[in-house]
Ligand binder design. Structure first.
Ligand SMILES: Cc1cn([C@H]2C[C@H](O)[C@@H](COP(=O)(O)OP(=O)(O)O[C@H]3O[C@H](C)C(=O)[C@H](O)[C@H]3O)O2)c(=O)[nH]c1=O
Length: 306
């Protein structure tokens, strides 16, 4: 722990990764302010000094009063399908909000470090070889375009910034069964078969604890003198097909009798995500192996279907 606690603003603080990040920062002695899209239903969780609701207060004034050392921007739509059906709201949350946040941050006398949650979806899914940060971005679809647009904005402001291009994050606390792993855990825990829309699609999964470690390491890295805007892939070591993920999840669930129903099985090219840059420059690497991470979801009795 640092001798003098630092101040962090976390946007998207009520989300899956945001919640874990806030816990981790608080545990490490940081003073954390949370920016939420909407007021939580339980009024008791609101601490007006450190919980801000987007749209209720002038952002610049709040920022000036709190003077965060680091702003972790995790706000916005994080689901591909949801973004596709809500393009205007996605633009507002994933693109316009970034502009407003940076415009406010730019006015601070002491520049905050910005850590932005972007996504590996900015890469061309049909490209070849490992996805590396040197590759030109080629977003397909509304969600990917919103993430790529935010990156352009971040590069255009003169603030110390680290962009984390996150792979698929999983772990305790993700109760959104519209994502593959929560769907599998909910189904197998309830003794039900699983359904895959596409068996062959490949993704590099990363445990939320590893993701949070990476975000904190990037904050420290971006705080070093002379850094403007740098981009880093943050993902698991190798891609797995949806079918492989489902088979591992079924294996560790202890229910080998359950079925994995697959709608289509197009073989898709595996695009591993290179994490060489963050390993070499920041010294981060994932620690939790996928099978262990999935097993702990079942062992901890995470009732995702509750
Ligand atoms: C829920 C569900 C999903 N799937 C398939 C659809 C995809 O081929 C794959 C993964 O889907 P999921 O929605 O879990 O994740 P992505 O669409 O890759 O998006 C996620 O990872 C990226 C990097 C982000 O940036 C997004 O923020 C994040 O939500 O499983 C099924 O086949 N059946 C199901 O019931």
């Amino acid at each position: 722990m640092k001798t003098r606690p630092e101040r962090a603003l976390v946007t998207g603080a009520a989300g899956f990764v945001g919640t874990r990040l806030c816990e981790r920062l608080t545990d490490q002695g940081w003073i954390v302010a949370k920016l939420l899209r909407r007021r939580p239903t339980s009024a008791s969780v609101i601490d007006p000094a450190t919980t801000w609701i987007d749209g209720e207060d002038a952002l610049s004034e709040r920022l000036a009063a709190f003077a965060p050392h680091v702003i972790f921007n995790l706000a916005g739509f994080s689901q591909v399908a949801e973004a596709r059906t809500n393009p205007t709201a996605t633009f507002e949350a994933n693109v316009a909000f970034v502009w407003r946040l940076l415009a406010a941050a730019q006015t601070l006398p002491q520049k905050s470090v910005i850590v932005q949650a972007s996504s590996v979806v900015v890469y061309d899914p049909l490209g070849h070889g490992p996805m590396s940060e040197d590759e030109a971005v080629r977003p397909h679809g509304v969600y990917a375009a919103s993430k790529a647009s935010a990156e352009i904005i971040l590069r255009s402001f003169e603030l110390p910034t680290a962009v984390a291009r996150l792979g698929n994050i999983y772990g305790p606390g993700d109760r959104n069964t519209a994502r593959l792993i929560p769907h599998l855990v909910a189904q197998f825990s309830a003794g039900q078969n699983a359904f895959l829309r596409e068996g062959g699609a490949q993704r590099s999964y990363l445990h939320v604890e590893d993701a949070v470690e990476a975000l904190c390491a990037l904050a420290e890295h971006a705080g070093k003198a002379g850094i403007h805007c740098e981009t880093f892939n943050v993902a698991g070591l190798r891609p797995y097909s949806n079918r492989q993920i489902a088979e591992i999840a079924r294996d560790v669930s202890g229910r080998p009798d359950l079925k994995i129903n697959v709608e289509t099985e197009t073989a898709s090219a595996a695009r591993p995500i290179s994490i060489e840059r963050i390993s070499k420059q920041v010294g981060w690497a994932p620690r939790i192996e996928l099978r262990d991470g999935l097993r702990s979801l079942f062992n901890e009795g995470v009732a995702l279907c509750a």
